[in-house]
Design a protein around this ligand. Structure first.
Ligand code: ZN
Length: 134
């Protein structure tokens, strides 16, 4: 008996959806770009830090996505992500927040701004993944 036809699977074979309008690109018109994203820090592996790939169905929608990504970048979020990532480094397991911030080359002002950013979030974290209070 042949497998049941799956519309979902068929849709997936048409490639990624446009990040702006949610439609599939017509064959050959798919646009892809690498944009900056301050929320993208892989705490396990430092792959593509601060970047993500966007897909669009046309030039116009790609331009919108790229513009939107630029507006959404938040330095403080990026700095806080760097702190979170570095805090998990085994060589920094007993390090203070200040020592961690030095490791990722943040100034005192940047560290303070990153902590203020976290404190101002709807759901701030009390500790970095490495256990340091923040
Ligand atoms: Zn689109």
């Amino acid at each position: 008996m042949p497998p049941a036809f799956s519309f979902a699977a068929a849709r997936n074979h048409r490639g990624p959806l446009c990040g702006y309008c949610g439609e599939h690109a017509v064959s050959g018109s798919l646009q892809t770009a690498l944009v900056r994203d301050s929320s993208v820090i892989d705490v396990v592996e430092f792959a593509l830090p601060g970047q993500r790939i966007v897909h669009a169905c046309c030039d116009e929608h790609l331009a919108v996505l790229v513009r939107k990504a630029k507006l959404e970048w938040v330095d403080e979020q990026w700095w806080f992500g760097l702190l979170c990532q570095a805090s998990q480094d085994s060589s920094l397991s007993r390090a203070s927040l200040r020592q961690i911030s030095r490791r990722v080359r943040l100034s005192t002002e940047q560290l303070d701004a990153a902590l203020r950013w976290n404190a101002g979030r709807a759901d701030p974290v009390a500790h970095l993944p490495g256990g340091q209070s923040c």
